[in-house]
Design a protein around this ligand. Structure first.
Ligand SMILES: Cc1cc2nc3c(=O)[nH]c(=O)nc-3n(C[C@H](O)[C@H](O)[C@H](O)COP(=O)(O)OP(=O)(O)OC[C@H]3O[C@@H](n4cnc5c(N)ncnc54)[C@H](O)[C@@H]3O)c2cc1C
Length: 468
């Protein structure tokens, strides 16, 4: 606990009680225990917060920050807690701010194609509401049923549709943020164009709760595509799948999704939920095109031809919604299927230039073999973003040690191929130790200066992104 010696957490809690309703302050061990984890597999360590608070408005968040800053208590903001980088883990105890009661969709502007939402609003709920009005919010992290807009902004989440539409960062126009000192500031705005001074809204995007607490977000929307068509394409070799991806793009087709699953992933998904998915192919692509109905059927046909030209053995175009849902089920259930194999699954998030995907997949396989680990690789082939999922038992210390070595080698391989540490899952605590592999000491020092100017007492999510 990092509260200065002369002060006890009881003093902090008694001040919090002046700001928040009793029901919104959780202090019991069992309650705090639920917040000692996020979706990151962390072994048997227990990172228990001192207190969890559930503010109901921005003013309360500001008051909480004033108290935290006065006592120099760490504050960790938590949306749905589904991140995979230890972003919500309380390395130094402290206060967890859970945004679940800041969950309103405040306005949807049909004329200007924008909306304003509170940080705890769930991504899928926003998508459903805007789609009812014929509008579209494309960023689609696979767990959008639960993940929050605030968490998505803090990680700049994206998903299968990123290839065509971009990720969360491309939709953030403005933010309301509570600073470490407890000020409420507004950065960016509500216009699509805005080059007024430093781009502070984009500085908060991807900052993982280390620079400020996002309380409201103004997002850009786009018109809902009229129609879509999904297809599943199988290849005997990952190189052919990668060549097909390049060929599709060079034909000036921009699918909304160009995702990849390797053989082990398909095998695991089929064992989890049999749907007749062939398990002997080396790789499969999930490809979706969207837009005007006539255009997409032409594009689907073109893609089919391109895939066969690149040695595909089987191209399946979904004939109806049931078949489309089955294809998406196979893709979306991959993580859950892998998670069933052993007690833990570590999902990594390497990104490489698109044309280096085959080399990266091969490197992942080689590393897993070297360290005798089970790995299923999937990812967004169009973006060069791969998710190797290691399935293991972290209680087995030998296996855990082998994993640590494998992960480091995996990132070394990605960096050597011109890639980097994260495409969409962030750095958090898991990858902070690798930051010096991709950023020079000068760059790290500028990052520290930015952190220090927003958070001089280092109370906002300390120990994440930058180790010191
Ligand atoms: C099964 C599964 C599938 C996933 N698929 C994808 C995917 O396809 N694409 C992808 O990008 N990610 C994916 N993720 C990772 C992650 O779940 C998403 O990025 C998600 O958007 C995070 O939202 P959250 O509400 O759970 O954030 P949390 O996990 O609660 O928080 C994430 C980070 O943001 C900070 N934070 C949260 N809210 C705020 C706020 N209001 N202000 C400031 N900081 C804040 C936290 O401190 C933490 O550092 C997946 C995770 C799982 C478990």
């Amino acid at each position: 606990m990092t509260v200065p010696n002369s002060i006890s957490i009881e003093e902090v809690i008694s001040e919090l009680k002046l700001v928040l309703d009793k029901k919104n302050i959780l202090t019991e061990y069992e309650e705090r225990f639920c917040y000692a984890y996020d979706a990151t597999a962390i072994g048997d360590e227990l990172y228990l917060p001192d207190v969890v608070v559930l503010p109901e408005n921005t003013e309360q968040v500001a008051q909480i920050m004033k108290i935290a800053n006065k006592y120099k208590v760490p504050v960790i903001t938590r949306g749905a807690g589904t991140n995979l980088c230890g972003g919500c883990i309380t390395l130094k105890n402290g206060i967890v701010i859970h945004t679940s009661k800041l969950n309103k969709i405040l306005s949807i502007d049909k004329e200007n194609l924008t909306c304003v939402v509170e940080a705890g609003a769930v991504v899928e709920k926003l998508q459903q509401e805007v789609e009812e009005l014929g509008l579209f919010y494309p960023p689609d992290p696979s767990n959008l049923k639960v993940s929050t807009i605030g968490g998505s902004v803090a990680l700049s989440s994206s998903g299968p549709r990123c290839f065509k539409y971009g990720g969360t960062k491309d939709y953030v126009l403005g933010l309301e943020v509570v600073t470490a000192k407890g000020e409420i500031i507004n950065v960016g705005g509500n216009t699509v164009k805005n080059v007024t001074g430093y781009n502070l809204s984009q500085l908060f995007v991807g900052s993982e709760g280390t620079l400020g607490i996002v309380t409201k977000v103004t997002l850009k929307l786009v018109p809902l595509p009229e129609s879509k068509q999904v297809m599943l394409v199988f290849f005997d070799s990952i190189d052919d799948a990668a060549m097909a991806v390049t060929d599709i793009i060079s034909h000036k087709i921009t699918p909304s999704t160009l995702d990849l699953m390797d053989q082990k992933t398909m095998d695991t998904v089929e064992q989890f939920h049999p749907t007749g998915l062939p398990t002997h192919y080396d790789a499969a692509l999930v490809i979706e095109v969207d837009g005007i109905a006539d255009t997409i059927s032409v594009q689907a046909k073109q893609i089919e031809e391109i895939c066969y030209k690149n040695n595909s053995k089987d191209v399946r175009i979904a004939k109806d919604k049931k078949e489309a849902d089955e294809i998406w089920f196979a893709r979306r259930s991959a993580f859950g299927a892998v998670a069933r194999m052993k007690p833990n699954v570590i999902t990594e998030d390497a990104v490489v230039p698109r044309d280096k995907i085959p080399q990266m997949v091969k490197a992942i396989r080689k590393i897993a073999e070297k360290y005798n680990l089970t790995v299923c690789t999937m990812g967004h082939a169009g973006d060069g973003n791969l998710h190797p999922n290691f399935s293991l038992d972290l209680r087995d210390h030998d296996e855990h040690e082998r994993l640590e070595k494998a992960v480091e080698e995996l990132f070394d391989a990605a960096i050597e191929l011109g890639g980097t540490l994260s495409g969409e899952h962030g750095i958090g605590m898991s990858k902070a130790r690798f930051m010096n592999k991709v950023a020079s000491e000068e760059v790290l020092e500028y990052m520290r200066l930015i952190k220090n100017s927003f958070d001089p007492n280092n109370i906002l999510n300390p120990g994440k992104i930058l180790i010191k």
